[in-house]
Write a protein that binds this ligand. Structure first.
Ligand code: GDP
Ligand code: MG
Length: 235
């Protein structure tokens, strides 16, 4: 898939302020500084589309971009550690929780994990939250250019091992680098596949085409999830 246009839509403080739900959305989430904005720019093929910061950012805004005029990329605020009693608890804003649970046009979440780090409690906890809330996601290991391939492989194997009990089949996982552009085609491929699957889900063989109602995007997403062998588990 080629990206012919990438346009900033808006920064939304909460779900209600997000654009209408007519276009399929793909959202990036992960720890603050994991490389969400850089990856979004790399996928879009446009530096400076989403703001990249060398220090962990504290933006609480949901940044929405429209791609090829027909689907969206969403840069979600990063999660961090909670202050106070349970310091190891992954905390993300109410807006992010609301978006992930209730956004009806959300196709797939890209959950970013830094490839150079051994499994972090905060990431494990967040992935568990995604599983518990039946949010469809794939894992994306970032910044592979910073470390030897063997280190990334060891960290990925350790993370996969830590989450394996939650799945019959582990979620799809990708490695990427915003510097070398590793993973770009693979992630665009995943988006393409999802878009095709949603389109396909509008064709319901049990209903003759002329009687088939025009299904909304939301209905097609629901159908698509039903077609998955294990619909409550991501991939
Ligand atoms: N070497 C390297 N640095 C990266 C990569 N992706 C992001 N960074 C750097 O990591 C920092 C945080 O990136 P950013 O995209 O703002 O992370 P975000 O907070 O998750 O949106 C910035 O200094 C980026 O330049 C990558 O793939 N490789
Ligand atoms: Mg960012």
């Amino acid at each position: 898939m080629n990206i012919s246009s990438a346009v900033f839509d808006r920064s939304a403080p909460d779900l209600d302020s997000c654009p209408d739900e007519s276009l399929p959305e793909f959202a990036f989430i992960g720890r603050s500084n994991v490389g969400k904005s850089s990856l979004l720019n790399m996928i879009a093929g446009e530096q400076g589309l989403a703001r990249v910061s060398p220090t962990p950012g504290f933006t609480k805004l949901i940044n929405v971009f429209t791609m090829n005029r027909c689907w969206r990329l969403v840069d979600l605020p990063g999660y961090g550690f909670a202050q106070g009693a349970r310091k190891d608890r992954a905390r993300f804003s109410l807006a992010v929780g609301d978006y992930l649970e209730n956004r009806t046009n959300l196709c797939l979440v890209f959950a970013l994990i830094e490839a150079g780090l051994p499994p972090q409690a905060i990431d494990l906890e967040f992935v568990e939250w995604l599983v518990r809330h039946a949010v469809p996601f794939v894992l994306v290991y970032t910044k592979t250019d910073k470390i030897p391939a063997a280190t990334a492989q060891a960290n990925i194997a350790a993370f996969t091992d830590r989450i394996s009990a939650w799945f019959e089949k582990p979620p799809a996982a990708f490695t990427c680098s915003a510097v070398t552009r590793q993973g770009r085609q693979e992630l665009l491929g995943v988006i393409d596949e999802q878009m095709t699957a949603i389109d396909g889900a509008s064709i319901r063989p049990e209903i003759p085409p002329e009687d088939a109602p025009e299904l909304s995007l939301q209905a097609r997403l629901r159908e698509n999830r039903k077609l998955r062998p294990d619909r409550n588990r991501p991939w």
